[in-house]
Ligand binder design. Structure first.
Ligand code: ADP
Ligand code: ADP
Length: 231
């Protein structure tokens, strides 16, 4: 079954109602007719130079932006036709996001960071705590549950972030340069974890890094916002 499908997706930043990063009234075309899908159980790697559109694709799949044209289907729903509230609900239920810079809340314990999406999902406190602890066990951090992010290494923080992304048991994980801040050996443990995670979900991972892309079952290579090659 297909977990994610992009069909003829085009995106322009800075168009009507949008905001440009820096001055002028130019628009930037970040994606041009991108089409690919991700079956359940597969890891797809997005490859391409900086500015080729990788992050824009991940944001579109995560429902963090609506592309100017085309369809983005997640778990059978086209999220480009949803209201903002419906799209947020779909994101919280079906999608886990892992960023290069982790984005853990520094004043919350590892356990509370992992449990946070479950607060939004309305899961009772005791259940949140149990689920957060078992996820931390699963990523090898059972003994770090009450540590603050500042007390953890980079690799441990990224494993906490992956546990957080898994907390709502999403169908789809999007990961943007997940090993970008990590040394090679630490990156490898994070990649093993992503490979495990991919087994019964769909994972889309964007990276420049050969080792990171090597965990993918399929590579979608981008150039100037177009799919240049699929292999
Ligand atoms: P990548 O992740 O491959 O580096 P991005 O998706 O971030 O590529 O960027 C694709 C293109 O869109 C680039 O030309 C980039 O400068 C532009 N872009 C990205 N975000 C914005 C934004 N918020 N406003 C304007 N242009 C943007
Ligand atoms: P303790 O119960 O000892 O404070 P934690 O700090 O790990 O242990 O938090 C346990 C639970 O409290 C978690 O399930 C988490 O969801 C919730 N929690 C803690 N701080 C917050 C917060 N600032 N916002 C939302 N939930 C929080």
């Amino acid at each position: 079954a297909t977990a994610v499908r992009l069909a003829d997706v085009t995106h322009e930043y800075g168009g009507t109602g949008g905001r440009l990063r820096s001055g002028g009234d130019r628009t930037v075309t970040a994606l041009r007719g991108v089409t690919f899908d991700v079956p359940r159980g597969a890891i797809v790697g997005l490859e391409g130079p900086s500015g080729s559109g990788k992050s824009t694709i991940l944001h579109a799949v995560a429902g963090l932006l609506v592309p100017t044209e085309g369809r983005v289907e997640v778990a059978g729903t086209d999220l480009t036709v949803l209201s903002d509230a419906e799209r947020t609900r779909l994101r919280r239920r079906h999608i886990g996001i892992v960023f290069q810079r982790f984005y853990l809340l520094p004043s919350l314990s590892a356990r509370a960071n992992v449990a946070l999406p479950l607060v939004q999902a309305g899961v009772p406190r005791a259940d949140r705590r149990d689920r957060a602890e078992s996820l931390l066990e699963a990523v090898g951090l059972g003994d770090r549950a009450t540590h603050l992010p500042g007390e953890l290494s980079g690799g441990e923080r990224q494993r906490v972030a992956i546990a957080r992304a898994l907390s709502t048991d999403p169908d789809v994980i999007v990961a943007d340069e997940p090993t970008g801040e990590l040394d090679t050996a630490t990156g490898r443990t994070v990649l093993e974890l992503l490979t495990d995670v991919g087994r019964d979900r769909a994972v889309i991972v964007a990276s420049h890094d050969e080792a990171t892309l090597s965990v993918a079952d399929r590579i979608v290579a981008l150039r100037d916002g177009r799919v240049d090659d699929v292999r």
